[in-house]
Design a protein around this ligand. Structure first.
Ligand code: FAD
Length: 391
């Protein structure tokens, strides 16, 4: 495993670091040809799509092994993209692998796994609280052999340039159980009636392509009923299946960011002199930030690896509380480490001359998406308190 991790690290350093700054602060789209070359190079080196089974063209890693690779990929904002294991595609691949029909797998999953197309996941709506997405206005009404979809979604990440969306829509409004009203349906984005309204600007940054967050609408979008994933009304059950491992993937990536940011913090601390032979690193406050960051990253890594192991052994449902715990803990560590690194860099830290400002803006969403901190803390607290309340 150590050798494999080293191979990924060397690949990223040699091929991805040189273009990341321009691709992130310049045009991502303009760098797509080079990124596609790198994807082909990753295939040649047998490193592409490490999360997939060997039969599907991947490395057949288990979740703990993938966690270690994912950390290295997270060192660069482009790492996961180059190896085709970026969100939301990785979550969609896992979902379709488990629950899609053979026809859907052939038509959509295969090209997604091969990196020929991208996808997105459209659940959240501007009109309803995404933290508790049981109330959705988007509908999919059966008409002959088809569904007709109507609705308005936002934060459909990576919709710009994606080939299809997995859309969460109400198919069973009459269901008594609120968790059995919605279904997941594949909608190709060239379907008449689909519109990407805009890429939503995030903290001053209008992302594009895979780095975008789309506001989208579906007006009388007609797709065959065979585009249903799983069973009718199973949407929320599938969303839980998708989000459990998805949260692990995010946490692994965040630890990779933390590692790189800590390196930047240390490099700046030793190279920036306050006076002759007085580098910042000699200041106790800076030393404490480095020590605290190191300890927090180490704790976060161990918690994530342990949770990955729990999922492997007992499944995502059984590891629900552990998943909630790492989701808010690791995103908090991420925010703290990036913030300290910016402070150590002084004015340079808030410029776009380093990746720190990108991560500061881009990763603020970590405390919100896939469940805001408060929701996950409540899950954990309730689990702790149940032992006391029952007495
Ligand atoms: C960068 C980013 C990418 C995203 N990508 C996608 C995507 O690809 N597809 C998709 O469908 N969605 C996506 N989302 C949407 C995301 O899932 C929602 O933003 C999230 O579920 C929160 O919903 P909301 O924004 O409607 O906040 P609301 O539900 O309105 O909540 C607002 C705030 O209320 C507080 N709160 C909520 N519930 C509780 C509670 N139980 N207890 C205490 N406080 C609470 C929290 O502080 C929360 O931040 C993305 C979001 C972001 C930021």
């Amino acid at each position: 495993m150590k050798d494999l991790v080293a191979k990924y690290a060397a690949f990223i350093k040699e091929n991805v670091y040189p273009i990341e700054q321009d691709a992130i602060y310049g045009s991502f789209k303009a760098h797509l040809p080079r990124l596609n070359e790198l994807r082909n190079l990753a295939k040649e080196h047998c490193l592409f799509a490490p999360h997939l089974s060997k039969e599907e063209g991947g490395l057949g890693l288990n979740l703990v092994e993938f966690a270690k690779i994912s950390e290295v990929l997270g060192n660069s904002p482009l790492g996961h993209y180059v190896f085709n294991c970026q969100a939301p595609d990785i979550g969609n691949m896992e979902l379709m692998h488990k629950f899609a029909s053979n026809e859907l797998k052939e038509k959509y999953l295969k090209p997604l796994q091969q990196g020929d197309i991208r996808s997105c996941f459209a659940m959240t709506e501007p009109a309803h609280a995404g933290s508790n997405p049981v109330h959705l206005s988007t509908t999919a009404v059966r008409d002959g052999n088809d569904f007709i979809l109507n609705g308005h979604k936002w934060f459909t990440s990576s919709a710009d340039g994606a080939s299809f969306a997995i859309v969460m829509a109400v198919t069973n409004p009459e269901a008594e159980n609120k968790y059995e009203k919605a279904s997941m349906i594949v909608v190709p984005l060239d379907t008449p009636g689909f519109r990407l309204i805009r890429n939503i600007p995030i903290m001053g940054d209008v992302g594009e392509d895979y780095l975008s967050h789309g506001e989208v609408e579906f007006i009388n979008c007609r797709v065959p009923q065979t585009n249903l994933i799983g069973a009718l009304g199973q949407g929320f059950a599938l969303a839980q299946e998708r989000l459990g491992p998805g949260r692990i993937h995010h946490c692994m990536r965040w630890i990779g960011i933390c590692e790189r940011v800590l390196q930047m913090m240390c490099q700046r601390a030793v190279s920036r002199d306050l006076d002759i032979n007085q580098p910042l690193a000699k200041q106790q406050t800076i030393q404490h930030w480095i020590a605290e960051s190191y300890a927090e990253i180490k704790a976060a890594r161990l918690m994530v690896l342990n949770t990955a192991k729990q999922i492997e052994l007992y499944g995502a449902k059984a590891a629900k509380v552990d998943i909630s715990t790492i989701k808010f803990f690791v995103s908090d560590v991420l925010m703290k480490v990036i913030d300290r690194a910016i402070q150590v860099h002084g004015a340079l830290g808030i410029t776009d001359d380093t990746l720190l400002s990108f991560w500061y803006r881009h990763e603020r969403g970590a405390r919100i998406y896939d469940g805001p901190d408060e929701v996950h803390k409540t899950v954990l607290a309730k689990n702790i308190l149940k032992n006391y309340l029952s007495k």
